[in-house]
Design a protein around this ligand. Structure first.
Ligand SMILES: [Mg+2]
Length: 417
């Protein structure tokens, strides 16, 4: 994909598919601003609607790719418009644009999702071009995914072959210390680049594996490949932790755990340097079984992390019963904690809880310096997010590390110490 620089200096992807956009907004001035911002980003096919009814008619008569929707409009308001759209064969994405308080907008976003609409997010008024661009980029990737799904590019056969040939590889996302920027570990994430069909989104092949009884095989393959890398890191004197994900389905599978132990023995990797991440939802079912597996992992020295914390419904009792060593805060609270009071409350609560229970805290989804500073000040231990590093193939880690050390130095991230 080629990038060009617009007059405003924003990066614009100039080969996005042609989009037809509807702006539903009763205020002429606000419509004008949005239209201009979209034109600056290269989107010229824009239709105006001064009311909910007009927008509904436009969406009915045309194939619309994106609706930018105000909430307060005379007659049919934004919420009623979304409800009507959900009953039509409307396939476009939706961005909410409003000056209302964030909790109100958040409820509308949830409502839209519950209606089954593709909601990209919200833009606060006054509208910022950067925010529009971020949401439109998200839409671009969504349209690729939808295309992939519609064409069912990944078949079960493809998956079986990839597993047999070992072409699904672990990529590694570095984790660094909030305290001093130190490189502490990586999380191994499964990535699949099909030779003809290109990048396959993990959500797609992981659920395909789960639905067809192949998840243990996939997990085993990622384990064996990443433990070999952990061996090489240790051999080169790099003392970093390896985090690996275990599907809820695989937790009771003792064979899978035995083979993980065996890989560690075979490659001389101390289980203390390996953390097993389990999603919070796992513990809703059979707590006895979960407790048995989790305790066995801890007995053998592995670290145990509760992944995506805050998105499931783990009770405090479960958290204290199970022998966790790490609490991983979900990205949905981190990525906008400074602009949303409820997210900030959950972040502070979770960090306190981790501290009280003696667990290491990890923040996922740290994307900018402002979020970094907040989490560092709140005393979070470990950062994992695009701000410090994206997931990458193993051979790019050393290059990243060199750049990261410069970034840490240049940005004076640790002046507060
Ligand atoms: Mg994880």
């Amino acid at each position: 994909m080629t990038a060009i620089i617009s007059k405003q200096g924003l990066r614009v992807m100039n080969n996005y598919p042609k989009q037809r956009i509807v702006i539903a907004e009763d205020n002429v001035f606000q419509r004008g601003i949005l239209r201009n911002q979209l034109a600056n980003l290269g989107y010229m096919d824009v239709l105006d609607a001064a009311s909910g009814i007009e927008a509904l008619t436009l969406c009915h008569q045309n194939k619309i790719d994106l609706l930018i929707c105000d909430l307060r409009m005379p007659g049919m308001d934004g919420m009623a418009l979304l409800r009507h759209l959900s009953t039509m064969p409307f396939r476009g994405s939706v961005i909410i644009c409003s000056a209302l308080e964030q909790p109100v907008i958040d409820s509308v976003l949830l409502m839209g999702q519950a209606f089954g609409l593709q909601i990209l997010g919200s833009i606060r008024k006054p509208v910022s071009a950067t925010r529009i661009q971020a949401l439109l980029t998200k839409q671009h990737y969504y349209s690729i995914q939808v295309k992939n799904c519609n064409n069912s590019i990944v078949t079960l056969d493809d998956l079986c072959q990839a597993l047999d040939k070992g072409t699904i590889k672990p990529w590694y996302q570095p984790k660094v210390s909030f305290k001093n920027g130190e490189f502490l570990g990586t999380e191994a994430l499964a990535r699949w680049f099909h030779p003809e069909k290109g990048f396959v989104p993990p959500s797609e092949f992981i659920s395909l594996a789960e639905q067809n009884g192949l998840i243990d095989k996939l997990t085993d393959s990622i384990f064996s490949q990443s433990i070999q890398k952990a061996h090489l890191w240790a051999k080169s004197g790099l003392s970093i932790n390896l985090s690996i994900n275990l599907s809820a389905q695989s937790l009771p599978n003792t064979h899978l755990f035995d083979s993980l132990l065996e890989y560690c023995r075979q490659w001389g990797v101390n289980p203390k340097m390996v953390t097993i991440e389990i999603t919070e939802g796992t513990f809703i079912g059979d707590i006895g079984r979960a407790l048995e597996s989790a305790t066995r992992m801890r007995m053998n020295g592995f670290g145990l992390s509760i992944d995506d914390f805050g998105t499931g419904f783990a009770s405090i009792q479960q958290l204290t019963t199970l022998p966790f060593t790490e609490l991983k805060l979900d990205r949905s609270f981190i990525s906008r904690c400074y602009e949303d009071k409820s997210s900030m409350a959950i972040v502070q609560y979770s960090l306190n809880l981790a501290k009280q229970l003696g667990l290491k805290s990890v923040a996922e989804g740290v994307e900018d310096e402002k979020t970094w500073q907040i989490l560092a000040t709140l005393g979070c231990d470990i950062c994992q997010g695009f701000f410090s590093a994206r997931p990458m193939p193993e051979n790019e880690l050393s290059n990243w590390y060199r750049k990261w050390r410069h970034q840490v130095y240049d940005m004076k991230l640790f002046e507060h110490l």
